[in-house]
Each structure stands twice: as structure tokens, then as C-alpha cells.
Design a protein around this ligand. Sequence first.
Ligand code: FES
Ligand code: MG
Length: 589
Amino acid sequence: MSTKIRRLRSQQWFDDVSDPGMTALYIERYLNYGLTRQELQSGRPIIGIAQTGSDLAPCNRHHIDLAVRVKEGIRDAGGVPLEFPVHPIQETGKRPTAALDRNLAYLSLVEVLYGYPLDGVVLTTGCDKTTPACLMAAATVNIPAIVLSGGPMLDGYWRGKLAGSGTAIWEARRLHAAGEADYDEFMDMVTASAPSIGHCNTMGTALSMNSLAEALGMSLPGCAAIPAPYRERGQMAHATGRRIVGMVEENLRPSDVMTKAAFENAILIASAIGASSNCPPHLIAIARHMGVDLSLDDWQRVGRDVPLLVNCQPAGEYLGEAFYRAGGIPAVLAELHRAGLLRGEAITVSGATMAGTLAKAPTPDRRVIRSVDDPLMASAGFIVMSGNLFDAAVMKTSVIDPDFRERYLSTPGAENVMELRAIVFEGPEDYHARINDPALDIDDRCMLVIRGCGPVGYPGSAEVVNMLPPDALVRAGVDQLPTMGDGRQSGTSASPSILNISPEAAVGGNLALLRTGDRLRVDLNAGRVDLLVEDGELERRRAAHTPPELRNQTPWQEIYRASVGQLSTGGCLEPATAYLDIVVRRGAP
Ligand code: FES
Ligand code: MG
């Protein structure tokens, strides 16, 4: 944290006596909707509100209303708000995949934060990629920034039972495939899971990433879990607007908050909440843009043995409302702190340390938030895997259910080891076309493998690894097979897939050389997946391998493919990671 700054960044635009010509030009257009010169020249902090909500981005759309309260908070604290749009990212509606747009939204937000007269920014986050995109940009530019989550939807119900957004789709698909739900029932079940404004109410990528933002110290305490329609959400919007003005006065910047300690706290909370498998690449991307050294090894080292405390779907039973009422992220952080796991010295946007903010943490409802001594599952973090097919992949252990453990991981003498026959698909179209083909002879000793779905291959990396078994197998009671791939999977999926495989097939990873019928050995104790072939076979296959032709449908896909890295290192635009702290580097105050 630095001392109070004398001259604000925005004054370079609005109050530069040495160049009245440019100053007049900079100022005049901001007056045409009623702002005054006095407001812009009085040395008051100019605060951006990065608006991620729109009709195209419904998960974040209520930020349009929340921004009214944010502006009132900014005004009350003496700042001047300027709201502006962020490139929309809608997780479920964007083709070919919303992941392609995370780096595009990042890139454009960097330009806005760098190039306009802003002293600080409120980041309105929510739907999956909006949170990392905003945090990545704030990290690169490094002006004071605070996260305002939009909050989860109200809890959904279908025929008297909780129906979680995203998670209900997997269940509905299973029922539909098994012939137990017709088209209308299928549609009703899925839409019942989305009963109000807000982002996904499950512990999918949206709630996970907003929880990680809070654990990073980038939002006010308690922000992540407040359901979108609750009055507390509007109150949080007001408090967030007030606070960013104070942060500008203190020059409290992302680099003060997002330290290595903060990233370790985010990894801890990821294990404790049963976070989405999209969190490792997103958090690594934020860290790289912050200039903090963070890798999958840190996920393994810090997160692997942390227990699952939060009983939310898909790893558990409850949804966002229950999680909020049970105490939300402050209650979980307090449990981790009591157990001596948390880096309590990390500074948060509140100005207090993480330990300091937890003094007021609520007492949790134990049905939803367990203690470290009585967790839902011990060692619930991601396992980082490698082997002769790839250098890195992750497996989400918190969703390994008793059936899966019994069927695949309980071989006497070889606990946590499976030997399986590979069934290989070239992307989701191939999977859908052939999964029910009897010639594949798929049984419960098979592993479904999908490739061509990574950042370069898809492009953007698709959420497709959690593949359902053939209908006949589902009808016979096998509703889950081990799966693996170079794509991702939805954070709302309860499938313990091996995913985010890096390097992906499209850039020449050995996964490209796998064939249907090959034997695979998966050893969770050793964190390895190996293709069982004799020496020299992979080299022979590589010599005969022709990489598939990649076709771009838009200009951005071409630019993205040319500069994106692998999921193991965050799927960043690699050239962008060299631009650190750019406001300071260009000599601004
Ligand atoms: Fe937007 Fe889940 S689809 S939050
Ligand atoms: Mg998703």
C-alpha cells in the first residue's frame, strides 16, 4: 500500500494547465450529457464502472441496475462515476465457446483502462469468464480496482427438489437418454433451474470464480455469495462504490492485493468449496498478468490436501441461497483460518488484512458449511496429472462419488488405479455422431477420450470432456464412464474427468497419437496417465501423424490461435503477459 497520491491520473486529461488545448478537447465531450467542468477539474477521483451486463449477457444483466447504486456510492464518497461497456461474454450462448472471448474482453478492457481518464475501476463480474477477464485486465493495468459480483440466482426447484443451474442439465440429459423424461419435461427441468436474475446458483465456474475473487481480497468481504435479487446485493453495490474512492485516495492497487499469499488463499478456498475445474487456468492467467509466479504445482502443493467444506452442487446438495444464508465465503475462510491454513496477512480491498476481515465472519450453518475437523471429504483439491500422453492435466476429486470409486478405484491390490480401453473422439461432433455406434463395443471398462478441443484446436477450448456413456449403457445403470480430453468441462458437471490436457492434440501433444482400442493406465496415487505401448511405438505413430487442418471462422480466431498458450499455463495470450504494471511503466503518477 502506498501513501496518498497528490495528483490523480485523470488530471493528466482534465486538468493540465500546460496544454489547455488538449485539456479542453478531453473535457468538452464529457460535458454534453450534463457533467460540469467543475466536477471534472476539482481533483475528484474519476471512477470507471466496467459494465459486463447486457441483453446478450443475461447472467450479468442486473449489473445495469446495480450500477445505479454503485454510482451513488461513488458520489457519496466524493468520486465521479463513468460507466462503460465490456465486451459481452455469455457462457452458454456464445459460439464456438465463451472461452474464446475471455482474452478478447481482457484485451479490450486493458485498452479502456489504460487509454481513458480513469483513476480506479469497479469490475462488475458474474458469468464464468467475465470474472477472470476483468481481473486479468485490472492486473495488467494495475490501477485501483474492486470486484462487485452480480451474485447467484435464487435456488431453483423442479417437482419439489432443488434444481441447480447447469447441474440440472446433466441430470435431465441422463433422464432423457434413459427415456425417463420427454422433451417437455426435459425443457421444464432445465429452465426451472434458472428462476431469477443472477449467475448460476450452483458452485459452477461463476460462483467459484467470484468466490476466488473474494478470497483473493479483490471484493469486499461477503460479496460473492449474496443472491442477485437480495437487497444485500444492492447494499453491497453501494458499499463497493464508496470503497473504490477510498482505494484511489490510498492508491491501493491490484499489486498490493493480489500477492502470492492472496493466490494461495484463492487455491485454498477452491478446494474447500469444491470449485470448478475452470478455476486453475483462470487463476493462473490472473497471476501471470499480475506478474506473480503461480503454476499447477502451486495448486497441487497448496490445494490437494485441503478438505471439502461446502455442501453445494455439483459436489454436494445445496445451492447459492443456502450457501449465502450459511455464512458464504467469510465463514469458509474463517474455518480455514482457524485450522491455520490461511495466509491471514494478505491485504484486501477493504484495506484490512484477510485475518482482520474475518473477525466479523458469521457462524456457519453446519449443514452447508462444515468444519475442517468434520469435512464432507478429506483431500478434495485438484490432482495434477501427467504421463506419456501429456505434461499436465487436472482431475477434480471432490466430485468422485461412491459409485465411481466402487466401480473404478477399488481394485484390490491396486487402489486408485484403473486400466481402461480408450475410445477416441475427434471433437464433440464426432462424439455425438458415434457414441451410440455398436461397433465401438463400449462397456464399463472403457475410457471416453476427446481431443481437438483445446485452446488452439477448438478454438478457445470447449467444455466437452464430461461425455455421457452410450444410451444402452445408461439404461443398464452405468451413467458415468471415466473420461479424458484436451478440452475443459463445465464447472456445473459432477464428472471426475481428466481434463485441460496440455499440450493439446492440435499443437502436437501425444494425445494426438492415441487410438481407439489402446490400453490406458490411470494411477491417481502417482498422478499419472500412461498409454501402455511398447518402446518406440509413440515415435512410430508420430512419424505417420498428419496434424488436422485448422479452419478459422472469424478474424479473432486467427489472432487468438496465433498467440494463445496452453491451459496448464492459463490459456493466456502469451505476448500480453509481458505487459505488467503498464500505467506505472509509462511514467504516469
Ligand atoms: Fe452464466 Fe452460468 S451460464 S453464470
Ligand atoms: Mg462453463
